[in-house]
Design a protein. Structure first.
Length: 426
C-alpha cells in the first residue's frame, strides 16, 4: 500500500507538470460510426502487487503480443523495444524487459523522422536532437523519482479483434519504441496504452474510426487474476441498456486529461462545505478521471472536508496508525454490522449526475484487520483526481465525438460475453 501511494504521489506531480505545458494539437478527424466495435481484455494487476489495469495488445505485422497499462491520463502509447540503428542515440538499448518489440521483423514499422513537422510540433516529450534528417524522432519521458521511458517515435499497425470475431489492422498509430525504461510503474507491464485526450493517443485514433467513443468497466482491484472485463472501442450495447446511465459533459480542453465538472461531495446526504474554486479549472482546481492513478486525490480543502465527515461517522472504531494514510481503523474491534453501515459518499457531478461508489472504494482494505480512508490530499491550488479504485464496478463510456461522459453501476466481468467474441489471435 505504501508503494501504491508513492506511485500516486509521483503521478500527481506529473499531472501538474503536464497541465503546465499541455499541448494544443488538432484532434484526429472524426468519421461516421461503423457497425463494428473492437475490444481488448482488461485485467487488474493485483497479482503483480500493482493497482493498475492491463490490456492485451498486438503490435506490428506480423503481430507481436504485449501487456500494457491502460492509462487515460497519458497520450503516448509505447512498448519496450529493441531497435538497432547507427547514429541514433536512443535506438540502441535492449528495452529492459524479457518481452520486447522487435521492429526489424515488422513490415509496418516506420520511424518518424526528427526533421518532420510532426516531430517538431505534435509529439509529446520529443527531443530537439536531430543529427540527420532521417534520424528517428526521439522522446524522453521522465518521472519525479527518476523513472523514465526513452526511445523513438514511429508509425505502426496494431491488430484488433472486431465484435464479429474477425481481425483488422489499425494503421498509422503513433507509438514509442522504448529502448530504455526504468521504475516501478513499468515492472509489471511491457509499456503503456495511451488512452488520453490528444491527437496522437490510441483512444483518439481508434475512436475516430470506431464510433467516436470508448468504454471500460473496472473489476474490483482485489479480484482474482481470472476476473476481467473489456476495454471497448465503438458501440457497447450495455451502456444504454436499462438502467440508463448518468451523463455529464466531458471537458476536453485539458489535454491529455479528461476533466469533468463537479458541484460538490456529500456524505450521508449532507453536502459538505467545500469552496467552489476547488472544482473550478480556471481557478487552479478542477477534476480529472485517471485510470492510471489508484487512490482518489482531492485538493486540500476538499480532502479536509471529506475526511473529517467520514471520520466522524467512524468515531466508534479505534484508530490505528498506518502510513501513508491519515485515517485508519482497527476493524477487528468494529461492531459486526459496521461494514453494512459505512457512511455513503456521493460525488455530485455537473448536470445532476451523481457518482455513488460502493463504500469499499473509499473505505478500503489496507491490511489484515485494517481499513483506511482511501482518499489522499494534494496541495491547493491543485487538480483533484478520481482514481481507478473509485471508478471500480462502474461502466464508463467516454463519448469523444459528442463530448459526453456516461457511467452506471455494473457487475464488471459478468455482462460482456455478448460482445466479447474471440479475443485471441491465431
Amino acid at each position: 500500500m505504501q508503494e501504491l501511494f508513492r506511485d500516486d504521489q509521483l503521478r500527481q506531480a506529473i499531472i501538474h507538470d503536464r497541465l503546465g505545458r499541455r499541448l494544443h494539437g488538432r484532434r484526429a478527424s472524426e468519421v461516421s460510426p461503423p457497425a463494428q466495435s473492437f475490444m481488448m481484455p482488461l485485467n487488474s494487476g493485483v497479482d503483480t502487487g500493482n493497482a493498475q489495469f492491463f490490456v492485451q495488445f498486438f503490435l506490428g505485422k506480423p503481430a507481436q503480443h504485449f501487456v500494457l497499462v491502460a492509462d487515460t491520463g497519458s497520450d503516448l502509447t509505447w512498448v519496450k523495444c529493441r531497435l538497432r540503428l547507427p547514429g541514433c542515440r536512443l535506438c540502441n538499448g535492449d528495452g529492459n524487459g524479457t518481452r520486447v518489440f522487435h521492429p526489424e521483423v515488422s513490415s509496418s514499422f516506420q520511424p518518424i523522422p526528427c526533421s518532420s513537422e510532426m516531430c517538431k510540433t505534435s509529439l509529446p516529450f520529443s527531443l530537439i536532437e536531430c543529427p540527420s534528417p532521417t534520424t528517428p524522432c526521439s522522446f524522453d519521458y521522465r518521472y519525479g523519482d527518476g523513472s523514465k521511458a526513452q526511445g523513438v517515435f514511429a508509425n505502426e499497425s496494431a491488430t484488433v479483434v472486431l465484435s464479429n470475431g474477425k481481425h483488422t489492422n489499425l494503421r498509422d498509430l503513433v507509438v514509442g519504441c522504448s529502448s530504455d525504461s526504468t521504475g516501478s510503474s513499468f515492472q509489471a507491464a511491457d509499456g503503456v496504452l495511451g488512452l488520453g485526450n490528444s491527437n496522437i493517443s490510441f483512444a483518439t485514433i481508434a475512436t475516430a474510426r470506431f464510433g467516436g467513443r470508448f468504454s471500460y468497466c473496472l473489476v474490483d482491484h482485489l479480484s482474482p487474476r481470472n476476473a476481467s472485463d473489456f476495454l471497448v472501442f465503438g458501440h457497447r450495447p450495455a451502456v444504454l441498456s436499462p438502467p440508463l446511465p448518468s451523463e455529464t459533459s466531458l471537458v476536453l480542453d485539458l489535454e491529455p486529461f479528461y476533466a469533468v465538472g463537479v458541484d460538490g461531495i456529500s456524505v450521508d446526504g449532507e453536502m459538505l462545505a467545500i469552496p467552489k474554486d476547488v472544482w473550478d479549472l480556471s481557478a487552479g482546481g478542477g477534476t480529472i478521471l485517471d485510470s492510471g492513478t489508484s487512490l482518489t486525490v482531492l485538493a486540500q480543502p476538499a480532502y479536509l472536508a471529506v475526511a473529517s465527515a467520514l471520520n466522524r461517522r467512524l468515531a466508534g472504531i479505534p484508530r490505528v496508525k498506518m502510513d501513508p494514510f491519515e485515517y485508519c481503523y482497527n476493524w477487528t474491534t468494529a461492531p459486526t454490522n459496521a461494514a453494512k453501515n459505512l457512511p455513503r459518499m456521493v460525488v455530485h457531478l455537473a448536470e445532476s449526475a451523481s457518482l455513488k461508489p460502493p463504500a469499499k472504494s473509499y473505505v478500503i482494505n489496507a491490511a489484515d484487520g485494517v481499513k483506511c480512508l482511501g482518499i489522499v490530499a494534494t496541495p491547493w491550488p491543485g487538480v483533484s483526481v478520481i482514481g481507478n479504485i473509485l471508478q471500480q464496478e462502474h461502466l464508463w463510456e467516454f463519448d469523444l465525438k459528442n463530448r459526453r461522459l456516461r457511467f452506471k453501476r455494473s457487475t464488471c466481468g459478468k455482462s460482456t460475453s455478448r460482445i466479447a467474441g474471440d479475443n485471441k489471435l491465431n
